[in-house]
Design a protein around this ligand. Structure first.
Ligand code: AP5
Length: 218
């Protein structure tokens, strides 16, 4: 199973990808998480990606494609189910993903479009908190940690992502509309696109997602 998650910032892609990977033996590949990890580790890639992310721009395709390629090829051959969270984000990336999967003799099973209103997303993101160690995300109202402002797993204080500043969120949304939204047609034309109303509670959204995934499995 190779599932692609598409959606604007704050729609809940990461939250749902983690829930799916916890329920099924699927590997989650989140390019946002991988890039933040590279920045934290001060790798050459991280140093190059940093300013793009701080401005709310996309990191150049070539860098992200290399990162995904490395991750997919580095995964044991027995792994045959992936969730791509936030990748692809451009038509160029989508074509490269097709190419990468074709070399393994497989193809995308489904692309899921998570959709909801921008103002609600901005409000979600302003309440988001993240563990600086494991990148697990929380929300001050909708997904609270067990202990005030501490990661449930790492027990370290949660932080706010630097790109969760309102101006940068709006820039990320605008980039989504210009460069990522065209992917919906790309997958729709191949009958691979499904849409989920992401404005509901985390559990209700997951219920729909789980139904869609179960269809592919059966
Ligand atoms: P990335 O980290 O992928 O950010 P994003 O796509 O902007 O998405 P977010 O992580 O902000 O939101 P999400 O949809 O995952 O929501 P979440 O589940 O956290 O990318 C960051 C940057 O990296 C990009 O701007 C770009 O520079 C670069 N980048 C990444 N991939 C790239 C690529 N392929 N190409 C080029 N550049 C790339 O939820 C948000 C909050 O809401 C959380 O607090 C959560 O607890 C809460 N929440 C979730 N669901 C619900 C719900 N149903 N009800 C109430 N609250 C909810």
């Amino acid at each position: 199973m190779f599932i692609v998650f598409i959606g604007p910032p704050g729609v809940g892609k990461g939250t749902q990808a983690n829930m799916l990977a916890a329920k099924y033996p699927m590997v989650k590949i989140s390019t946002g998480d991988l890039l933040r990890e590279a920045i934290k580790e001060k790798t050459v890639l991280g140093e190059r990606a940093k300013s793009f992310m701080e401005r709310g721009e996309l990191v150049p395709d070539a860098l992200v494609i290399d990162l995904v390629n490395e991750k997919v090829t580095g995964t044991p051959k027995t792994t045959n189910s992936f969730i791509f969270d936030g990748f692809p984000r451009t038509i160029e990336q989508a074509k490269e993903l097709d190419h990468l999967l074709a070399t393994k003799g497989v193809q995308i099973s489904m692309a899921i479009d998570f959709s909801m209103d921008e103002e609600e997303r901005v409000s979600r993101l302003s309440g988001r908190r993240m563990c600086p160690k494991c990148q697990r995300t929380y929300h001050i109202r909708f997904a609270k940690p067990k202990n005030d402002n501490l990661c449930d797993v790492c027990n370290v204080p949660l932080i706010q992502r630097s790109d969760d500043d309102e101006a940068v969120i709006r820039q990320r949304s605008s980039v989504y509309w210009d460069l990522t939204r065209p992917l919906l047609d790309f997958y729709r034309q191949r009958n691979l696109l499904q849409t989920i109303d992401a404005s509901r509670s985390i559990d209700l959204v997951f219920k729909d997602l789980d139904k869609l995934v179960s269809k592919i499995k059966s």
